[in-house]
Ligand binder design. Structure first.
Ligand SMILES: [Zn+2]
Length: 548
């Protein structure tokens, strides 16, 4: 068997345990200097001193995240490696300690009166949005000693429990009979079979996945309950957020009204994907469409693209945009070409936003995939336009619609389930209750078009985001639907759209998503806006029908 690739971590740190000491000392000195600024904080302080503190905080954040990135990558390379695990624990403890020593600054800044906060904000340049973000949490922040206790305890609490989930689930193995012999597989290898041309293999893969998860359902279910109750105690009980999802909305800086509009428009449009899966069943000659087969491949046309042709196509599609370097695996099918366009999008986004501080460089989560998915859309259109072969056209559309389903509707339904799950667990519900609700949501999502076998009741146990980052998944629905809408604008406005789009990307994470999108005349609180995204998807399904 081929050895799985390891991350090249040399750029980050060469000998972790030794370098940890050096880096720790360096960060410690910086934090000591930062602590020295404490008595200089006052409502009348000069902007220059304030900026000095921010610049120092930025340097510290950069060093600390370097350590964190290493610990995380090493751990995810092999979650069973004892040294990686203990290194990760050490780094997490260290980071919590640093955060606690710097906490006074945020607390002071949150309490500062409006007039002086406004004065310092006006002088803070690129740091402004970061500072606004801190103040956004003002009503939900506790006293300094309380915050310190939460920071310390969450390393051995919440973070440790999420770590146990990772260790447990990544250690699971699966057995599938393929080509006459039983093979032992990792989850990643197993999931390849859900796209197998053979229907029996697709079904066997899902059955095996959920057989194994069902076996571990007691422990994983308890992990989930612990995380949900922790979320509730801290965020609702102590911090007084209005609802479990309100925390995530505040972190994303997306108004509740926009999230509600997004989720309800998604549920209302589930029928579009039901139509799609009916059509797909016909095109892929699947007698009875079931959840086992939604990712079945369309076998007629498997077109191969040479790397040279592919990069030429992608660059042509990106005409007028920037072209940095991207590293990826390339085997030549259309999925690889799309990945090329996707990664190039991320690279373009990074280059355009490169001038921002550590605090304002990364676009907030719901906008983080804008450039990459937009790049895929441009490419798809170019491929479709240049294609004469009917089967290839169908296969392109099917691939896109499968992706659109998985990144939009599926994600929205995860979050709908989470809302229910947090409520159920808060009211003392059981594992059976959770599974029943999950299955009911799935059946509502697929209607009569796609049969949902009982074992899919365990599916939620296998979705890491639901455990590690509650309500995270709506950001995918948000980002992907948004891109469909922006792409629609691009097609109607042409060249005049490009400079505005580039400045959206260049903003990185330096402005609130809602205000950035207002520049396009987009109102994320309006259902009509999200509906427009689904109208585009409906158009794609019609196109597929027409080609067929
Ligand atoms: Zn991406």
């Amino acid at each position: 068997m081929e050895k799985s690739p390891t991350w090249n971590l040399k750029d980050l740190l060469s000998a972790p345990v030794r370098d940890l000491d050096v880096l720790q000392k360096e960060v410690d000195d910086q934090v000591q200097r930062f602590e020295g600024l404490r008595e200089r904080l006052s409502s009348e302080m000069p902007a220059e001193t304030f900026l000095e503190a921010l610049r120092l905080a930025e340097t510290i954040t950069r060093s600390a995240s370097k350590l964190g990135a290493y610990a995380y990558l090493w751990f995810s390379e092999n979650t069973k490696d004892q040294r990686a695990r203990s290194f990760k624990a050490t780094v997490e403890e260290l980071q919590a300690g640093l955060a606690n020593r710097m906490l006074f600054f945020d607390l002071w800044w949150q309490k500062l009166d409006e007039a002086n906060a406004g004065r310092l904000l006006a002088a803070s340049g690129d740091y402004a949005y970061h500072l606004e973000t801190i103040r956004r949490f003002k009503d939900h922040t506790l006293s300094e000693p309380e915050e310190k206790v939460i920071n310390v305890k969450s390393v051995t609490g919440r973070q440790a429990v999420v770590g146990l989930y990772d260790i447990l689930t990544s250690g699971l193995t699966y057995h599938v009979k393929a080509k006459g012999r039983v093979r032992k597989l990792t989850r990643e290898d197993l999931m390849v079979y859900v796209r197998d041309p053979d229907a029996r293999m697709r079904e066997a893969a899902y059955r095996e996945l959920y057989r194994v998860f069902a076996q571990n359902a007691d422990v994983i279910g308890d992990i989930y309950k612990t995380l949900v109750l922790d979320w509730k105690q801290e965020n609702l009980g102590l911090r007084k957020h209005r609802s479990p999802i309100a925390v995530r909305n505040l972190l994303n800086d997306i108004p509740e009204q926009a999230v509600e509009a997004l989720l309800s428009v998604c549920a209302r449009n589930a029928g579009i994907f039901q139509d799609y899966f009916r059509l797909k069943a016909r095109l892929c000659r699947i007698k009875k469409m079931s959840r086992f087969h939604i990712y079945a491949p369309f076998r007629e046309a498997r077109k191969q693209y040479a790397f040279k042709t592919a990069s030429a196509m992608v660059l042509e599609a990106y005409h007028g945009f920037l072209t940095p370097y991207v590293l990826l695996n390339f085997k030549g099918d259309v999925r690889d070409v799309a990945t090329l366009a996707h990664e190039l999008g991320h690279a373009v986004h990074g280059m355009l936003a490169a001038d921002h501080s550590v605090f304002t460089f990364h676009a907030t989560l719901p906008l983080a995939e804008t450039a990459s998915v937009f790049g895929e859309r441009i490419l798809s259109d170019a491929l479709m336009a240049g294609e004469r072969n009917k089967a290839v056209k169908q296969s392109l559309l099917i691939r896109q619609l499968d992706d659109v389903y998985a990144t939009i509707l599926r994600q929205a339904y995860f979050v709908r389930f989470e809302r229910e799950a947090h409520r159920i667990i808060g009211e003392g519900g059981t594992m059976d209750d959770l599974c029943r609700v999950y299955l009911a949501e799935l059946r509502q999502q697929f209607g009569r078009a796609v049969a949902v076998p009982d074992e899919f009741r365990w599916e939620w146990l296998s979705i890491p985001h639901i455990f590690a980052s509650p309500f995270y998944c709506y950001a995918y629905s948000f980002g992907n639907l948004l891109v469909l809408a922006l792409y629609g604008l691009y097609k109607t406005q042409g060249e005049s759209f490009v400079p505005r789009y580039l400045s959206l990307l260049a903003a990185g994470g330096s402005r609130a998503p809602e205000s950035l999108l207002k520049d396009f005349g987009v109102d994320i609180r309006s259902e009509a806006f999200w509906q427009a995204g689904f109208d585009t998807i409906k158009g794609m399904v019609r196109e597929l029908e027409a080609v067929a």
